[in-house]
Design a protein around this ligand. Structure first.
Ligand code: ATP
Length: 371
């Protein structure tokens, strides 16, 4: 086990027409010994390339990767003592489960035969696949194959696990079960883990910390709650959270933030952090907006709205609202999430309250959070 450090790691590809593609751009991350770090971001942001550089499957253009005290930039993959688990499982089809699990051990250690047998059997029991040891991968379900792939990584007792969307081929229910199981195993084994996903839920529920990438650039590293409650910038704010944060374009004039359909009083404690910026994006999470079917008086943080669509999602409802004076054919809507069953229908007139302590403000020049 060891800590894993990425120090201004960069990867530049050449596309064949001599165009350079900067897939990963100066990424700095310190992953603690035993930590579960989730690397998350939209398609093409450089997640897999980062992971592949750590595994040694891709060269590093610039920067340093260290495992423990070792610089591993030029260490061959087989000598890194890192195990990787892929979305496609990558099991050998002609080998049984037992042979697949033993294979990594035979390649990387000079362990005695009966020791290998007992490690494979113990790990299979831990993964709940002890009855499947003599089957071939084609005789297993997707979930069972993924357990074998994980088991094969675990038997090697690596210093780090790298996982590239390992659950994405499983159905939703199995994915949820495997999420918890993987977390439990990682916690028990306490092996430094980097887990790549574009799935929000996985990022928010599995990681000790998450690292958010966009266009090859690291946007934020923090606990899921830090990234959720105090995003560094508009990208992180919009990427983390489901449904997404609501955004409104606003301009600062006098002491108000004025949007196309509303004016919001500038909270008193914010002025000093705005610098000379005038154009902002005001953000507010759907669950931070208060929803009133009726309200006796309408204050400065209250907005008269009309219900556009009600979307029930289990215990809660996502209610799409538009401002009451926005009655064109294609109104701008924003989402309010309310819990429990409520008698709300499309066309109802309601009041939405945006509390001052719930708003986020992003400077439009660079997207940086200023509140
Ligand atoms: P996804 O979630 O879709 O798997 P990702 O975040 O893992 O995406 P990468 O696969 O790391 O993204 O790709 C990052 C960028 O590098 C993309 O623009 C991709 O097209 C480019 N890229 C990746 N591999 C190569 C390669 N071998 N040659 C050229 N460009 C590449």
């Amino acid at each position: 086990m060891a800590e894993l450090t990425l120090d201004t790691v960069t990867k530049v590809f050449n596309d064949g027409d001599s165009n350079e593609i900067v897939a990963v751009d100066g990424v700095d991350i310190d992953i603690d010994d035993g930590e579960f770090l989730v690397l998350v971001g939209p398609s093409g942001c450089g997640k897999s390339t980062t992971l592949r550089m750590i595994a040694g499957l891709e060269t590093v253009t610039d920067g340093e990767i260290r495992l423990g005290n070792r610089l591993i930039n030029n260490t061959p993959p087989a000598d890194r003592n890192i195990a990787m688990v892929f979305q496609s499982y990558a099991l050998y089809p002609h080998m049984t489960v037992r042979e697949n699990m033993r294979f990594g051990l035979e390649e990387s250690t000079d362990m005695a035969d009966d020791e290998m047998t007992s490690i494979v059997e113990e790990t299979a029991a831990m993964m709940g696949i002890e009855d499947l040891l003599d089957r071939k991968p084609s005789e297993l379900s997707g979930g069972q194959q993924q357990r074998v792939a994980l088991g094969r990584a675990i038997v090697r007792d690596p210093e780090a696990f790298l996982m590239d969307e390992p659950l994405s081929n499983l159905d939703a229910k199995l994915r949820a079960t495997m999420r918890t199981e993987l977390q439990r195993i990682q916690e028990d084994l306490s092996v430094t883990t980097v887990y790549v996903t574009h799935d929000q839920t996985e990022a928010m529920t599995m990681g000790d910390r998450i690292a958010v990438l966009n266009d090859g650039v690291l946007q934020q590293v923090g606990t899921p709650l830090e990234c959720y409650h105090t995003p560094n910038n508009r990208f992180v704010a919009g990427f983390i959270g489901e449904p997404s944060m609501n955004f409104f374009d606003v301009t600062l004039s006098d002491d108000a933030l004025t949007g196309e359909r509303f004016s919001y009083p500038l909270p008193g404690d914010v002025r000093s952090s705005l610098g000379d910026a005038t154009e902002f994006t005001l953000g507010v999470r759907p669950e931070d907006i208060e929803f009133h079917a009726t309200k006796s008086s309408v204050g400065e943080h209250d907005f008269e709205c009309v219900v556009d669509v009600v979307e029930p999602v289990g215990e809660s409802n996502n209610i799409y609202l538009r401002f009451a004076d926005d009655d064109g054919p294609d109104p701008d809507t924003f989402i309010v999430t309310i819990s429990g069953m409520r008698n709300v229908s499309s066309g109802d007139r309601v009041v939405a309250t945006i509390p001052p302590d719930a708003i986020h403000l992003f400077d439009d020049r660079d997207g940086r959070a200023v509140k």
